[in-house]
Design a protein around this ligand. Structure first.
Ligand SMILES: CCC[C@H](NCc1c(COP(=O)(O)O)cnc(C)c1O)C(=O)O
Length: 312
């Protein structure tokens, strides 16, 4: 059983739906909702961190998330109906209305809400909503064991991998199921060319001889905002980051491996397919990056305050 810090809390009192704050219990959808049947939704995962020092709540890279949200919707032909600044403001309004003073996970979603079985979504009604849930760790920060699963990451030619589309997450769900059934904590998916793509819900970095490597964005991966943050702060730490195709065996022989993602933050990977990574403990560079990242999202790094949207 997961301990408390891992438990995802209940939905909060209010949710934001199509421009209005409504009681969470009223935010229900009909059984024939298109997105329920066909995965025709686009979504984001955003974190807001409570900072006791400044007695404030900081939403991390809200604008960047909502830019990607808009791009996902454009790719899918799903109408969002609200601009980026409107969505950032709505998120602040939602967190204030729920009097949030703890770390939360924010889930914006735009979905085809029409009740129909046909597949032509042009002109169908869509709904845009933002919800927030108290949120601790998504993965064990002391390190996880990952399995390279037999399910491949779907390819850009099959799905729009730059878009965070609900339906694409069947690929992630079935991959994670395979890893969990095999006794691992997370899945790593290769792409159809056999190179490392990403985790079921995270990007992947390896460290070898002090240099960081991560798969290129054109290789069937989500262009992660945390990946971008880590690439930026790694340079601050004097580290070289090379975006290149990574093979499965390079995972095994890496000095360090870690996941990055809004939910995952920076999570060390200490074992892959039964191979101990490095000395089996979180690597020093991983820990340095994780520590810098956690300071940054809590408003302790002045250089990056523009990435934080204060709620109060
Ligand atoms: C269930 C996880 C949902 C979501 N996963 C985020 C995610 C990432 C990392 O992207 P970012 O750094 O922009 O978050 C990479 N790759 C995939 C497939 C993802 O789902 C998250 O909120 O972390």
């Amino acid at each position: 059983m997961l301990n408390k810090e891992f438990i995802v809390g209940e939905l909060m009192k209010y949710v934001w739906v199509n421009g209005k704050l409504i009681p969470e219990r009223e935010a229900v959808i009909p059984i024939l909702t298109h997105a329920l049947h066909y995965g025709t939704s686009v979504f984001e995962g955003i974190r807001a961190y409570w900072s006791p020092e400044s007695n404030n709540l900081y939403i991390f890279r809200a604008r960047d998330h909502y830019i990607r949200f808009h791009n996902s919707a454009k790719i899918m032909g799903i109408k969002v109906g609200y601009g980026i600044d409107e969505l950032v403001d709505a998120t602040v309004e939602l967190l204030k209305a729920n009097e949030v003073r703890e770390n939360v996970y924010i889930r914006p979603i735009a979905f085809v809400s029409a009740s129909t079985v046909n597949l032509d979504i042009r002109d169908l009604e869509t709904t845009t909503a933002i919800i927030a849930i108290p949120f601790g760790h998504y993965l064990e920060p002391k390190g996880v064991r990952a399995k390279v699963v037999s399910w491949l990451r779907v390819h850009n030619s099959m799905f729009p991998m730059k878009a965070k589309v609900g339906g694409i997450y069947v690929n992630s769900v079935i991959a994670l199921l395979d890893a969990k059934i095999s006794g691992f904590d997370e899945a790593i998916l290769l792409n159809r060319d056999g190179y490392v793509a990403e985790g079921s819900g995270e990007n992947v970095f390896i460290v070898k001889d002090g240099v960081l490597y991560t798969p290129p964005t054109y290789d069937s991966i989500l262009e992660g905002i945390t990946r971008d943050t880590v690439i930026t702060i790694a340079k601050d730490l004097g580290l070289t980051v090379i975006e290149k195709r990574i093979t499965r065996e390079e995972l095994y022989t890496a000095d360090e491996v870690f996941f990055t993602g809004t939910a995952a933050e920076v999570t060390p990977v200490v074992n892959i397919d039964g191979r101990v990574i490095g000395n089996g403990q979180p690597g020093p560079i991983t820990l340095k990056i994780r520590s810098y990242y956690m300071d940054l999202v809590h408003g302790k790094v002045s250089k990056y305050m523009s990435w934080l949207t204060p709620v109060y």
